[in-house]
Design a protein around this ligand. Structure first.
Ligand SMILES: Cc1ncc(COP(=O)(O)O)c(C=O)c1O
Length: 435
Protein backbone atom coordinates (compact mmCIF):
# COMPACT_ATOMS: atom_id res chain seq x y z
CA UNK A 1 0.00 0.00 0.00
CA UNK A 2 1.44 3.37 -0.97
CA UNK A 3 0.18 5.50 1.92
CA UNK A 4 -1.21 4.07 5.13
CA UNK A 5 -4.67 5.52 5.72
CA UNK A 6 -6.36 3.41 8.40
CA UNK A 7 -5.18 3.48 12.02
CA UNK A 8 -7.01 0.80 13.94
CA UNK A 9 -6.96 0.12 17.67
CA UNK A 10 -8.02 -3.17 19.28
CA UNK A 11 -10.98 -3.86 21.56
CA UNK A 12 -8.71 -3.89 24.61
CA UNK A 13 -7.59 -0.36 23.68
CA UNK A 14 -11.02 1.11 24.50
CA UNK A 15 -10.14 3.69 27.19
CA UNK A 16 -10.66 2.56 30.80
CA UNK A 17 -11.24 6.08 32.11
CA UNK A 18 -12.92 9.28 31.00
CA UNK A 19 -10.81 12.44 31.14
CA UNK A 20 -12.14 15.36 33.19
CA UNK A 21 -10.82 18.76 32.06
CA UNK A 22 -12.38 20.34 35.18
CA UNK A 23 -9.32 19.05 37.07
CA UNK A 24 -6.90 20.94 34.81
CA UNK A 25 -8.59 24.27 34.03
CA UNK A 26 -6.22 27.06 35.17
CA UNK A 27 -9.30 28.85 36.61
CA UNK A 28 -12.32 27.12 38.14
CA UNK A 29 -15.49 26.79 36.08
CA UNK A 30 -18.23 29.20 37.30
CA UNK A 31 -20.91 27.02 38.96
CA UNK A 32 -24.57 26.73 37.90
CA UNK A 33 -26.74 29.19 39.85
CA UNK A 34 -30.25 29.01 41.26
CA UNK A 35 -32.31 31.49 39.18
CA UNK A 36 -34.06 32.92 42.28
CA UNK A 37 -31.27 33.20 44.84
CA UNK A 38 -28.39 33.50 42.33
CA UNK A 39 -26.43 31.18 44.66
CA UNK A 40 -24.64 28.03 43.44
CA UNK A 41 -27.10 25.17 43.03
CA UNK A 42 -26.54 22.48 45.70
CA UNK A 43 -26.17 18.92 44.41
CA UNK A 44 -29.45 17.90 46.12
CA UNK A 45 -31.41 20.31 43.93
CA UNK A 46 -30.40 18.34 40.83
CA UNK A 47 -31.62 15.03 42.27
CA UNK A 48 -35.19 15.76 41.18
CA UNK A 49 -34.17 15.20 37.58
CA UNK A 50 -30.83 13.30 37.61
CA UNK A 51 -29.70 10.20 39.53
CA UNK A 52 -27.18 10.77 42.31
CA UNK A 53 -24.31 8.99 40.54
CA UNK A 54 -24.56 11.36 37.54
CA UNK A 55 -24.96 14.44 39.77
CA UNK A 56 -21.68 13.38 41.45
CA UNK A 57 -20.06 13.05 38.04
CA UNK A 58 -21.35 16.48 37.01
CA UNK A 59 -19.44 18.04 39.93
CA UNK A 60 -16.57 15.56 40.03
CA UNK A 61 -13.15 17.16 40.65
CA UNK A 62 -11.14 14.02 39.71
CA UNK A 63 -9.01 14.10 36.58
CA UNK A 64 -9.80 10.50 35.63
CA UNK A 65 -13.17 8.77 36.08
CA UNK A 66 -13.29 4.96 35.67
CA UNK A 67 -15.54 3.65 32.88
CA UNK A 68 -17.62 0.74 34.25
CA UNK A 69 -16.96 -2.62 32.57
CA UNK A 70 -20.66 -2.85 31.57
CA UNK A 71 -20.29 0.39 29.61
CA UNK A 72 -16.99 -0.70 28.00
CA UNK A 73 -18.70 -3.95 27.00
CA UNK A 74 -21.34 -1.99 25.08
CA UNK A 75 -18.74 0.44 23.67
CA UNK A 76 -17.07 -2.66 22.18
CA UNK A 77 -20.01 -2.93 19.73
CA UNK A 78 -18.41 -0.07 17.77
CA UNK A 79 -15.38 1.21 19.68
CA UNK A 80 -12.54 1.91 19.18
CA UNK A 81 -13.75 3.92 16.19
CA UNK A 82 -11.53 4.28 13.11
CA UNK A 83 -9.09 7.10 12.49
CA UNK A 84 -8.40 7.62 8.81
CA UNK A 85 -6.17 9.83 6.75
CA UNK A 86 -8.24 11.48 4.02
CA UNK A 87 -5.64 11.24 1.24
CA UNK A 88 -8.21 11.52 -1.57
CA UNK A 89 -9.71 14.60 0.03
CA UNK A 90 -6.20 16.09 0.35
CA UNK A 91 -5.69 15.42 -3.35
CA UNK A 92 -9.03 16.99 -4.29
CA UNK A 93 -8.01 20.10 -2.36
CA UNK A 94 -4.48 20.00 -3.86
CA UNK A 95 -3.12 20.70 -0.42
CA UNK A 96 0.18 19.77 1.22
CA UNK A 97 -1.83 19.40 4.47
CA UNK A 98 -2.31 15.94 5.93
CA UNK A 99 -5.96 15.55 6.93
CA UNK A 100 -7.08 12.95 9.50
CA UNK A 101 -10.58 12.21 10.73
CA UNK A 102 -11.94 10.32 13.70
CA UNK A 103 -15.10 8.60 12.52
CA UNK A 104 -17.87 8.48 15.12
CA UNK A 105 -20.49 7.63 12.49
CA UNK A 106 -19.43 4.02 13.02
CA UNK A 107 -21.77 3.67 16.03
CA UNK A 108 -25.16 1.91 15.58
CA UNK A 109 -27.01 5.26 15.78
CA UNK A 110 -24.53 6.81 13.34
CA UNK A 111 -22.98 9.48 15.57
CA UNK A 112 -20.95 10.15 18.72
CA UNK A 113 -24.12 10.43 20.81
CA UNK A 114 -24.20 6.78 22.02
CA UNK A 115 -20.90 7.37 23.89
CA UNK A 116 -22.89 9.22 26.54
CA UNK A 117 -26.33 7.65 25.93
CA UNK A 118 -25.01 4.23 26.91
CA UNK A 119 -23.21 5.63 29.96
CA UNK A 120 -26.27 7.61 31.11
CA UNK A 121 -28.60 4.63 30.63
CA UNK A 122 -26.18 2.45 32.63
CA UNK A 123 -25.84 4.88 35.56
CA UNK A 124 -29.62 5.38 35.67
CA UNK A 125 -30.20 1.63 35.67
CA UNK A 126 -27.78 1.20 38.57
CA UNK A 127 -29.59 4.01 40.45
CA UNK A 128 -32.98 2.30 40.06
CA UNK A 129 -34.47 4.59 37.37
CA UNK A 130 -37.13 2.84 35.27
CA UNK A 131 -37.82 5.46 32.61
CA UNK A 132 -35.86 8.28 30.95
CA UNK A 133 -37.32 11.42 29.38
CA UNK A 134 -35.38 13.49 26.90
CA UNK A 135 -35.62 15.90 23.99
CA UNK A 136 -34.18 15.61 20.53
CA UNK A 137 -33.78 17.98 17.59
CA UNK A 138 -33.43 16.11 14.33
CA UNK A 139 -33.31 12.79 16.20
CA UNK A 140 -29.61 11.89 16.54
CA UNK A 141 -29.66 12.18 20.31
CA UNK A 142 -33.12 10.63 20.73
CA UNK A 143 -32.14 7.60 18.68
CA UNK A 144 -28.88 7.19 20.63
CA UNK A 145 -30.75 7.28 23.96
CA UNK A 146 -33.43 4.90 22.63
CA UNK A 147 -30.61 2.44 21.91
CA UNK A 148 -28.93 2.99 25.30
CA UNK A 149 -32.24 2.49 27.13
CA UNK A 150 -33.06 -0.66 25.20
CA UNK A 151 -29.65 -2.18 25.98
CA UNK A 152 -30.07 -1.52 29.73
CA UNK A 153 -33.80 -2.27 29.98
CA UNK A 154 -35.21 1.25 30.55
CA UNK A 155 -38.26 2.91 28.99
CA UNK A 156 -37.43 5.93 26.83
CA UNK A 157 -39.79 8.87 26.23
CA UNK A 158 -38.59 11.39 23.64
CA UNK A 159 -39.86 14.91 22.83
CA UNK A 160 -38.81 15.58 19.25
CA UNK A 161 -38.85 19.12 17.80
CA UNK A 162 -42.04 19.12 15.72
CA UNK A 163 -40.57 20.45 12.47
CA UNK A 164 -38.09 17.53 12.42
CA UNK A 165 -40.72 15.01 13.57
CA UNK A 166 -42.71 15.91 10.46
CA UNK A 167 -39.91 16.52 7.97
CA UNK A 168 -37.38 13.85 9.00
CA UNK A 169 -39.33 10.68 9.76
CA UNK A 170 -36.48 8.16 9.60
CA UNK A 171 -34.90 8.94 12.96
CA UNK A 172 -38.35 8.74 14.53
CA UNK A 173 -38.68 5.27 12.97
CA UNK A 174 -35.24 4.34 14.31
CA UNK A 175 -36.35 5.38 17.81
CA UNK A 176 -39.51 3.27 17.41
CA UNK A 177 -37.40 0.34 16.24
CA UNK A 178 -35.33 0.59 19.42
CA UNK A 179 -38.55 0.68 21.44
CA UNK A 180 -38.85 4.37 22.43
CA UNK A 181 -42.02 6.50 22.56
CA UNK A 182 -41.73 9.71 20.53
CA UNK A 183 -43.88 12.87 20.79
CA UNK A 184 -43.77 15.88 18.46
CA UNK A 185 -42.85 18.92 20.59
CA UNK A 186 -44.71 21.09 21.55
CA UNK A 187 -46.95 18.18 22.55
CA UNK A 188 -50.21 17.64 24.37
CA UNK A 189 -48.31 15.57 26.97
CA UNK A 190 -47.21 18.48 29.16
CA UNK A 191 -48.75 21.65 30.54
CA UNK A 192 -46.08 23.76 28.84
CA UNK A 193 -46.66 22.04 25.48
CA UNK A 194 -50.44 22.48 25.75
CA UNK A 195 -49.99 26.19 26.57
CA UNK A 196 -47.79 26.73 23.51
CA UNK A 197 -50.15 24.78 21.25
CA UNK A 198 -53.06 26.91 22.43
CA UNK A 199 -51.11 30.09 21.62
CA UNK A 200 -49.96 28.75 18.24
CA UNK A 201 -51.22 25.36 17.03
CA UNK A 202 -48.62 25.48 14.23
CA UNK A 203 -45.63 26.15 16.54
CA UNK A 204 -42.66 24.37 14.86
CA UNK A 205 -40.95 23.76 18.21
CA UNK A 206 -37.33 24.23 19.25
CA UNK A 207 -34.77 22.37 21.31
CA UNK A 208 -35.32 24.77 24.22
CA UNK A 209 -39.06 23.98 24.22
CA UNK A 210 -38.49 20.23 23.96
CA UNK A 211 -36.06 20.36 26.92
CA UNK A 212 -38.75 22.13 28.99
CA UNK A 213 -41.27 19.42 28.10
CA UNK A 214 -38.87 16.58 28.94
CA UNK A 215 -38.06 18.16 32.33
CA UNK A 216 -41.78 18.63 33.11
CA UNK A 217 -42.41 15.00 32.13
CA UNK A 218 -39.58 13.91 34.47
CA UNK A 219 -40.83 15.71 37.56
CA UNK A 220 -44.42 14.55 37.00
CA UNK A 221 -43.74 10.82 36.44
CA UNK A 222 -42.57 8.35 39.09
CA UNK A 223 -39.25 6.52 38.63
CA UNK A 224 -38.39 8.86 35.77
CA UNK A 225 -35.19 10.84 35.29
CA UNK A 226 -34.12 13.32 32.67
CA UNK A 227 -31.27 12.79 30.24
CA UNK A 228 -29.49 15.44 28.18
CA UNK A 229 -27.38 14.67 25.10
CA UNK A 230 -24.92 17.55 25.32
CA UNK A 231 -23.95 20.75 27.22
CA UNK A 232 -23.50 19.28 30.74
CA UNK A 233 -20.11 18.44 32.26
CA UNK A 234 -20.80 14.70 32.56
CA UNK A 235 -21.84 14.51 28.89
CA UNK A 236 -18.59 16.18 27.78
CA UNK A 237 -16.77 13.80 30.12
CA UNK A 238 -18.29 10.67 28.52
CA UNK A 239 -17.28 11.85 25.06
CA UNK A 240 -13.57 12.01 25.94
CA UNK A 241 -13.11 8.41 24.80
CA UNK A 242 -12.98 9.99 21.32
CA UNK A 243 -9.96 12.22 21.95
CA UNK A 244 -8.10 9.62 24.00
CA UNK A 245 -8.35 7.10 21.18
CA UNK A 246 -7.42 9.77 18.63
CA UNK A 247 -4.22 10.63 20.54
CA UNK A 248 -3.10 7.00 20.35
CA UNK A 249 -4.10 6.71 16.70
CA UNK A 250 -2.20 9.88 15.74
CA UNK A 251 0.82 8.35 17.48
CA UNK A 252 0.33 5.23 15.31
CA UNK A 253 0.27 7.52 12.27
CA UNK A 254 3.50 9.12 13.53
CA UNK A 255 2.11 12.65 13.29
CA UNK A 256 1.15 15.38 15.71
CA UNK A 257 -1.84 17.55 14.71
CA UNK A 258 -1.33 21.29 14.25
CA UNK A 259 -5.08 21.85 14.15
CA UNK A 260 -7.95 20.04 15.88
CA UNK A 261 -11.44 20.81 14.58
CA UNK A 262 -14.98 19.82 15.59
CA UNK A 263 -18.49 21.14 15.02
CA UNK A 264 -20.46 22.48 17.97
CA UNK A 265 -24.16 22.26 18.82
CA UNK A 266 -24.20 21.94 22.59
CA UNK A 267 -20.46 21.23 22.46
CA UNK A 268 -20.09 17.56 23.41
CA UNK A 269 -18.49 16.00 20.32
CA UNK A 270 -16.05 18.90 20.13
CA UNK A 271 -15.29 18.45 23.84
CA UNK A 272 -14.83 14.73 23.31
CA UNK A 273 -12.15 15.15 20.68
CA UNK A 274 -10.49 18.30 21.97
CA UNK A 275 -10.39 18.05 25.78
CA UNK A 276 -7.72 15.30 25.90
CA UNK A 277 -5.65 17.45 23.50
CA UNK A 278 -6.29 20.54 25.66
CA UNK A 279 -4.81 18.55 28.54
CA UNK A 280 -1.65 18.09 26.46
CA UNK A 281 -1.73 21.79 25.61
CA UNK A 282 -1.85 22.66 29.32
CA UNK A 283 0.57 20.01 30.62
CA UNK A 284 3.02 19.60 27.74
CA UNK A 285 2.79 23.13 26.36
CA UNK A 286 1.62 21.90 22.94
CA UNK A 287 0.67 24.60 20.46
CA UNK A 288 -2.42 23.03 18.87
CA UNK A 289 -4.90 25.34 17.17
CA UNK A 290 -8.27 24.07 18.40
CA UNK A 291 -11.32 25.26 16.46
CA UNK A 292 -15.05 24.86 17.20
CA UNK A 293 -17.30 25.31 14.17
CA UNK A 294 -20.91 26.46 14.30
CA UNK A 295 -23.62 27.57 11.85
CA UNK A 296 -23.87 31.28 11.00
CA UNK A 297 -27.62 30.79 11.64
CA UNK A 298 -27.04 29.83 15.29
CA UNK A 299 -23.77 31.52 16.25
CA UNK A 300 -23.67 31.11 20.03
CA UNK A 301 -19.86 31.29 20.27
CA UNK A 302 -19.06 33.81 17.54
CA UNK A 303 -21.96 36.21 18.19
CA UNK A 304 -23.34 35.20 21.60
CA UNK A 305 -22.55 36.69 25.02
CA UNK A 306 -20.71 34.89 27.81
CA UNK A 307 -23.21 35.19 30.66
CA UNK A 308 -25.55 33.26 32.93
CA UNK A 309 -28.61 32.00 31.06
CA UNK A 310 -31.24 29.29 31.22
CA UNK A 311 -30.67 26.04 29.35
CA UNK A 312 -34.30 25.89 28.21
CA UNK A 313 -37.09 28.13 26.97
CA UNK A 314 -39.49 27.68 29.91
CA UNK A 315 -36.75 28.74 32.41
CA UNK A 316 -36.85 25.50 34.40
CA UNK A 317 -33.10 24.75 34.45
CA UNK A 318 -30.46 26.33 36.69
CA UNK A 319 -28.57 29.28 35.20
CA UNK A 320 -25.47 28.15 33.32
CA UNK A 321 -22.46 30.37 32.62
CA UNK A 322 -22.06 29.96 28.89
CA UNK A 323 -21.92 31.60 25.49
CA UNK A 324 -25.57 32.16 24.65
CA UNK A 325 -27.85 33.83 22.13
CA UNK A 326 -30.53 34.07 24.85
CA UNK A 327 -32.83 31.23 25.85
CA UNK A 328 -35.73 32.67 23.82
CA UNK A 329 -33.66 32.61 20.61
CA UNK A 330 -35.50 30.64 17.92
CA UNK A 331 -32.92 29.42 15.39
CA UNK A 332 -33.97 29.34 11.74
CA UNK A 333 -34.73 25.84 10.36
CA UNK A 334 -31.30 24.94 8.95
CA UNK A 335 -30.57 21.34 8.01
CA UNK A 336 -27.96 20.75 10.71
CA UNK A 337 -30.72 20.28 13.30
CA UNK A 338 -28.22 19.13 15.92
CA UNK A 339 -26.51 22.54 15.91
CA UNK A 340 -29.67 24.59 16.59
CA UNK A 341 -29.12 25.27 20.29
CA UNK A 342 -28.99 28.76 21.82
CA UNK A 343 -26.16 28.03 24.27
CA UNK A 344 -22.79 26.30 24.52
CA UNK A 345 -21.49 23.79 27.07
CA UNK A 346 -20.13 25.74 30.08
CA UNK A 347 -16.87 23.74 29.86
CA UNK A 348 -16.41 24.62 26.16
CA UNK A 349 -17.37 28.25 26.89
CA UNK A 350 -14.78 28.34 29.70
CA UNK A 351 -12.07 26.85 27.46
CA UNK A 352 -12.82 29.58 24.89
CA UNK A 353 -12.73 32.30 27.55
CA UNK A 354 -9.33 31.04 28.72
CA UNK A 355 -7.99 31.24 25.16
CA UNK A 356 -7.49 27.47 24.86
CA UNK A 357 -9.55 27.34 21.65
CA UNK A 358 -11.34 29.51 19.11
CA UNK A 359 -14.59 29.45 17.11
CA UNK A 360 -15.70 29.99 13.50
CA UNK A 361 -19.12 30.08 11.80
CA UNK A 362 -20.16 28.96 8.29
CA UNK A 363 -23.27 29.30 6.14
CA UNK A 364 -25.11 26.13 5.20
CA UNK A 365 -24.38 26.25 1.44
CA UNK A 366 -20.65 26.37 2.30
CA UNK A 367 -20.91 23.36 4.56
CA UNK A 368 -22.81 21.29 2.00
CA UNK A 369 -20.21 22.23 -0.63
CA UNK A 370 -17.54 20.85 1.73
CA UNK A 371 -19.68 17.80 2.62
CA UNK A 372 -20.23 16.89 -1.03
CA UNK A 373 -16.52 17.27 -1.85
CA UNK A 374 -15.70 15.01 1.08
CA UNK A 375 -18.31 12.40 0.02
CA UNK A 376 -17.00 12.45 -3.54
CA UNK A 377 -13.41 11.86 -2.46
CA UNK A 378 -13.65 9.77 0.74
CA UNK A 379 -17.00 8.04 0.20
CA UNK A 380 -18.63 8.73 3.55
CA UNK A 381 -21.56 11.17 3.34
CA UNK A 382 -21.07 13.35 6.42
CA UNK A 383 -23.94 14.46 8.66
CA UNK A 384 -24.70 18.14 7.96
CA UNK A 385 -23.52 18.88 11.51
CA UNK A 386 -20.14 17.24 10.86
CA UNK A 387 -19.86 19.01 7.50
CA UNK A 388 -19.37 22.23 9.48
CA UNK A 389 -16.07 20.85 10.72
CA UNK A 390 -15.19 19.86 7.15
CA UNK A 391 -15.81 23.43 5.90
CA UNK A 392 -13.24 24.65 8.44
CA UNK A 393 -10.83 21.89 7.37
CA UNK A 394 -11.18 23.03 3.74
CA UNK A 395 -10.35 26.60 4.76
CA UNK A 396 -7.20 25.53 6.61
CA UNK A 397 -6.16 23.11 3.85
CA UNK A 398 -6.43 25.90 1.26
CA UNK A 399 -4.45 28.25 3.50
CA UNK A 400 -1.75 25.57 3.73
CA UNK A 401 -1.76 25.25 -0.07
CA UNK A 402 -1.44 28.99 -0.53
CA UNK A 403 1.35 29.22 2.03
CA UNK A 404 3.03 26.10 0.56
CA UNK A 405 3.27 24.70 4.07
CA UNK A 406 2.51 21.22 5.39
CA UNK A 407 -0.01 21.19 8.20
CA UNK A 408 -1.54 18.25 10.04
CA UNK A 409 -5.27 18.68 10.54
CA UNK A 410 -7.42 16.38 12.66
CA UNK A 411 -11.20 16.64 12.75
CA UNK A 412 -14.11 14.78 14.25
CA UNK A 413 -16.47 13.28 11.68
CA UNK A 414 -19.17 13.13 14.33
CA UNK A 415 -21.78 11.31 12.26
CA UNK A 416 -22.85 10.04 8.86
CA UNK A 417 -25.55 11.71 6.79
CA UNK A 418 -27.37 8.66 5.47
CA UNK A 419 -30.60 9.87 7.07
CA UNK A 420 -30.01 13.44 5.87
CA UNK A 421 -29.99 12.76 2.16
CA UNK A 422 -33.02 15.01 1.63
CA UNK A 423 -30.83 17.94 2.67
CA UNK A 424 -28.10 16.87 0.21
CA UNK A 425 -30.74 16.59 -2.51
CA UNK A 426 -31.95 20.12 -1.73
CA UNK A 427 -28.36 21.39 -1.95
CA UNK A 428 -27.58 19.54 -5.18
CA UNK A 429 -30.75 20.80 -6.87
CA UNK A 430 -29.94 24.39 -5.88
CA UNK A 431 -32.90 24.72 -3.50
CA UNK A 432 -30.87 25.33 -0.35
CA UNK A 433 -30.72 28.92 0.92
CA UNK A 434 -28.48 30.61 3.44
CA UNK A 435 -30.49 32.04 6.31
C1 LIG B 1 -23.77 14.21 13.85
C2 LIG B 1 -23.79 15.26 14.90
N1 LIG B 1 -22.69 15.97 15.13
C3 LIG B 1 -22.66 16.96 16.03
C4 LIG B 1 -23.78 17.27 16.77
C5 LIG B 1 -23.70 18.40 17.73
O1 LIG B 1 -23.86 18.04 19.05
P1 LIG B 1 -22.78 18.34 20.14
O2 LIG B 1 -22.31 19.73 19.95
O3 LIG B 1 -23.38 18.08 21.42
O4 LIG B 1 -21.70 17.39 19.83
C6 LIG B 1 -24.96 16.55 16.60
C7 LIG B 1 -26.15 16.83 17.40
O5 LIG B 1 -27.17 16.22 17.29
C8 LIG B 1 -24.96 15.53 15.63
O6 LIG B 1 -26.06 14.80 15.41
Amino acid sequence: MSTKINFTLREQDIPEQWYNLLADFPEPLPPPLHPGTKQPVPAEALLAIFPENLVKQEMCPDRWVPIPEEVRDVYALWRPTPLLRAVRFEKALQTPAHIYYKYEGASPAGSHKPNTAVAQAYFNKVAGTKRLATETGAGQWGSALALGCKLFGLECNVYMVKVSYEQKPYRKMLMHTWGATVHPSPSDQTEYGRKLLKEDPKCPGSLGIAISEAIEDTVKHPDTKYSLGSVLNHVCLHQTVVGQEAIRQMEMAGEEPDAIIGCVGGGSNFAGLSFPFIQKKLKENKKYRIVAVEPTACPSMTKGKLEYDFGDTAETTPLLFMYTLGHKFMPPPIHAGGLRYHGMAPMVSHAAKLGLMEAEAYHQTKIFEAGVLFARSEGIVPAPESAHAIAAVVKQAIEAREAGRKRVILFNLSGHGMLDLGAYEAYLSGKLQDV
